[in-house]
Ligand binder design. Structure first.
Ligand code: UTP
Length: 474
């Protein structure tokens, strides 16, 4: 086998022919693999990204004068507002009951900060049961399907790196009783050396590839399925799905297909909707939803100038306080339109990545050496003709698992789960032992199959129940 001439020329033209350096050492299989990978790389795009994001400092043209708070549906504070949310919830419930809502979970990330050996969704997070994130999410879907008398279709995005392990985990657990589960795989992007912009090799016969970011979800939903299956989007269309509920694997508190959220989205005739929480600390690492030149847009925390992050209203609250928690709704028709027309922008992430050096040694760098290119799902927001930004209470809906220790770690997530379930039990009449700061000193857990929300506990907890040791209701 020889190197296809056109391919070699293309790589030479873009100054990337070093990836063929080990050709003579490869066997037929290795050559096949390398050629296959190189043919899939869009060199023109990589070249542009290297110019814009590696050779140049990415410019974030944020003019503070063009930025305003975005109008949001605040958490209801008055009876009238509470009634409006209840009305919206009825609209949302009807949509779910009619099969118009599908659920998409993105779980293709590498989870490098958590440093867990396996897909993050398999992490045993349940404070008492050790249930995995996938189990908790799946049980919610099963419980919702029972509640509405209709299977809620569940789509889980993996990456080529973690697909097999994810699929095996669902199979080993009997798919958690899900009626409609479909895994689909996102794309990959090659990483480059952060100093030279040259493609990195992870081995003599393969590039250093990584998932193309959660923004890759849209293309992945539109990609044809394996063995002639329709794409996920086509399947959704055939099933009569109009709205997609999107969430990320690391937040066990997510209220999947929350009817009030779906209802507000529908009432606003929105194409894209975001759940937000009030940001109280200017340094908090969440993106904020703002209005930029009149359009709702998310600014990453790292791109938000301190002057803006710290700007305050007369009552002392932060002016730009709509913290995005990566829970979204998309109209299926919006995704179809975007996939055909617009490309979400790529962002750069500077990371440590093992690579093969010029002597053929695999190097594990001590310092970040690579640039990865990723697209972000929130860049869809300015492309929507209409959107709804809906506030929720972070205490009940947001505690993501990101790190091994400290903030957003297994310890904080389990504590928050136990505290929240203790609130549910108390509102159903039980009393729970607490520390002086209000936190619960042991694990409490309620499976979604037992109750999806606190109101479902009503009348089920015997009077005078006193909880002073670990409890798992299932
Ligand atoms: P994060 O940005 O937190 O990344 O992803 P991560 O990969 O989980 O963790 P780190 O940054 O390496 O520590 C947020 C969500 O988006 C998904 C993740 O699986 C998670 O649910 N994601 C991220 C993808 O599905 N694909 C990607 O390419 C990136």
């Amino acid at each position: 086998m020889v190197i296809p001439e056109a391919l070699r020329r293309r790589y030479e033209e873009y100054g990337q022919a070093h990836v063929l350096r080990y050709w003579d050492e490869l066997d037929a299989e290795g050559r096949q693999r390398l050629i296959g990978e190189l043919e899939r790389v869009d060199l023109e795009r990589i070249d542009r990204l290297v110019r814009e994001l590696v050779r140049a400092e990415p410019v974030v043209p944020i003019d503070p004068a063009g930025i305003r708070p975005v109008p949001i549906h605040r958490l209801p504070r008055t009876d009238g507002e509470r009634a409006a949310r209840r009305r919206a919830a009825r609209v949302g419930e009807a949509a779910v009951a009619q099969g118009e809502v599908a659920v998409v979970l993105v779980a293709g990330g590498q989870g490098t900060r958590l440093g867990f050996d396996g897909p993050k969704g398999t992490y045993p997070i349940g404070p008492v049961s050790g249930a995995s994130l996938f189990q908790i999410h799946s049980e919610k879907i099963v419980a919702l399907s029972r509640r509405y008398g209709r299977a809620l279709p569940f789509y889980v995005m993996t990456s080529p790196e973690n697909h097999a392990a994810t699929a095996a985990f669902f199979e080993a657990n009997g798919r958690f009783g899900l009626e409609h589960l479909r895994l689909f795989t996102q794309g990959q992007m090659p990483a480059v050396d952060r100093r030279t912009g040259r493609l990195l090799l992870a081995g003599k016969d393969h590039l250093a590839l990584s998932p193309d970011g959660h923004g890759g979800t849209l293309d992945a939903l539109a990609a044809p399925g394996p063995e002639g299956q329709p794409s996920c989007l086509e399947e959704m269309r055939e099933r009569g799905v109009r709205t997609v509920f999107y969430f990320q694997v690391d937040n066990p508190l997510v209220q999947i297909a929350d009817p009030a959220f779906v209802g507000l989205h529908r009432e606003a005739e929105a194409e894209v909707s975001f759940k937000v929480v009030e940001k109280v600390d200017p340094a908090e690492r969440v993106g904020v939803v703002v209005e930029l030149e009149g359009r709702p847009t998310v600014i990453e925390y790292s791109d938000l100038p301190a002057e803006l992050a710290e700007r305050r209203e007369p009552d002392g609250s932060l002016a730009l306080a709509a913290g995005s928690i990566a829970i979204h709704l998309f109209e299926r028709s919006f995704i179809e339109r975007i996939v055909g027309q617009a490309e979400l922008p790529y962002h750069r992430a500077i990371k440590k990545m093992a690579y093969m050096d010029e002597e053929g040694r695999l190097v594990e760098p001590d310092e970040p050496n690579a640039v990865k290119f990723e697209r972000f799902i929130f860049d869809t927001l300015p492309l929507a003709a209409r959107s709804a930004i809906v506030e929720t209470d972070r205490r009940i809906e947001f505690e993501p698992l990101k790190n091994a220790t400290g903030a957003d770690s297994p310890a904080t997530v389990r504590q928050r789960m136990s505290d929240l379930f203790a609130d549910w039990l108390e509102s159903a009449g039980a009393r729970v032992l607490r520390r002086s700061d209000g936190s619960v000193p042991f694990g409490i857990e309620i499976s979604p199959l037992y109750a999806l929300e606190s109101s479902e506990l009503k009348g089920r907890i015997p009077e005078n129940t006193w909880i002073e040791q670990p409890l798992y209701l299932r």
